[in-house]
Design a protein around this ligand. Sequence first.
Ligand code: SAM
Ligand code: SF4
Ligand code: SF4
Length: 347
Amino acid sequence: MSAVAVPSAEHAALVDRLARPLQDLRISVIDRCNFRCPYCMPEERYPRDHAFMAAAQRLKPEEIERLARLFVGLGVRKLRLTGGEPLLRRDLPEIISRLAALPGAPDLALTSNGVLLTRDAAALAAAGLQRITISLDALDPQIFAAMSGGRGRVEDVLGGLRHAAAAGLSPIKINCVVQRGINETEVMPLVEHFRGSGQIVRFIEYMDVGTCNRWQASAVVPSRELLAQIHARYPLEPVDPAYRGEVAERYRFLDGAGEIGFISSVSQPFCGHCTRARVSADGRLYTCLFAREGQDLRALIRGDQGDGAVEAMIEAIWRKRQDRYSEQRQQAQPTREGRVEMYRIGG
Ligand code: SAM
Ligand code: SF4
Ligand code: SF4
């Protein structure tokens, strides 16, 4: 293996067919989950005895490190670990400590449903995790239970969040997927709960990702509707994006109580700035959340291939990339068959 490598001038120019650089990598470390959110992994499709990926199929910590190092060499600046539920991997601290030590010092974050953070937050921070995003769709116990497929308790997520804060993982972001008729009544309670806490709630438009939710456009609550509702009670002003390609539109409360964000993938698609690649737990590379096929990087790294061959494959895939599904959604009548599931590539 060749030694790596902060990005070279040559690699800094790696862009896809729509001139989008490769800057972010989401790494799913496991496809299992302790929740069954109906919009992601509904119980009827994924009963308790469902055959998820075997442990041997998942990339090992050293394989994840090697791939991440190559991606960083190609220009990636941000790494996010996700799942399934990433805390179900008992070797997550090892994965984190390997990534935290990478040359080029990429930003390192994690997305979790939060339940196991009471147990693990301190160990993850000690391993070098910098930031965390916790998914929380409702504060109301009944609505929360329904949205986690009957598997989660909201007080456990709030407990995990407190442990994450105590471990110094900050700023903590809270992701809430809003579905019409399901949890839109939770938007104001979430705003009020987190205002002034230093933690940033982001409301996400419900997406037609994967094949197993019964998505309908009518279930999407457009961000502008939520913005108007929140602004009427707690006046807001826009905040400039922190960097090119930031997916959340940010707003601050005029009274100084902090920030909120909106991720409007359906009503205001941001494909033009999408700089994100995703690797599944079994090492397949996906260039879009709505992709069907992933390219098998694990076969290369478990074969005799040196870093140059793996890098060349990633580079070739990125150069060919022209995905812009969310921008095309409204024109076409897309079939969902064969699309990769969200829990395999982690959002
Ligand atoms: N299990 C972890 C969690 O829930 O945070 C990480 C993986 S989960 C797939 C990542 C994010 O995707 C979560 O914030 C979840 O709410 C979001 N998500 C899943 N399905 C979605 C959908 N259909 N539309 C919008 N967001 C979705
Ligand atoms: Fe699990 Fe996250 Fe999917 Fe919910 S959204 S089922 S917590 S992977
Ligand atoms: Fe990126 Fe695909 Fe989402 Fe567009 S639809 S923002 S290309 S992941």
